[in-house]
Design a protein around this ligand. Sequence first.
Ligand code: PEP
Length: 254
Amino acid sequence: MIKPIIVGNWKLNGTQESIKIFLNLLNKFLVNYHEKCTVVISLPILYAYLIRNTLLFDNKNFFLGAQNTDNHNSGSFTGEISPIMLKDLGIKYVIIGHSERRFNHNETNRMIANKFFLLKKENLIPILCIGETKQEKLENNTINICKKQIDSIFDICGIQAFNDSIIAYEPVWAIGSEISATPKEAQFIARFIRQYIVSRTNDRIKNFFIQYGGSVTRKNAKNLIKQKDIDGFLLGRSSLQIEEFTKIIEIIHV
Ligand code: PEP
């Protein structure tokens, strides 16, 4: 079994105080999980310095993540943060294409592919979120939507694009809801994603992971991680509570 990768996406949540408390507890917990799991916390980026101040920064299996990047490296782009800046901060993983960015900030597949390109150029690891809306699912369009979102990356970044990268399959209807995809549904799409990428990469893909995201909790984590093509999770709400987050890390090893 490959080492699972768990990413917490904290979105617009946390204060210096609450983050310090969380990180200290996580630090204590992870002592026993050094070799078993890769853990990434994508916190609001201005708080990144808090991680530098904890022992977590020395843990080989713990990484700092970002929730987004701009699709330029520098210039007149007020309010943005670039891949080069993220790298400079010690960040390794960067979420792009989250449905909240696609819908709330009108991000297109092309813009996301440009971000992917720049992240790879800086040797950062993109976590590309893909997935269908409820309507698209009802119209049996899941595969088409995922394929389009993947194709836009191949178009801009070439056939080796997905080496050293992660795709998070996140059905939009499952995010922030009470309904997760079933293990069977998640596996079906994860398998499609893997086969499609392997076929387009001429079988030479390396260090490529597929996560599932969307209402993962301690209740469904075990059955989801058992699926052959699911290598880890992208967690929203469950990453905000230390008990739930660490419980999920425990569960995936049983
Ligand atoms: C997410 O926003 O990426 C997510 C998976 O959220 P949640 O776990 O809360 O559904």
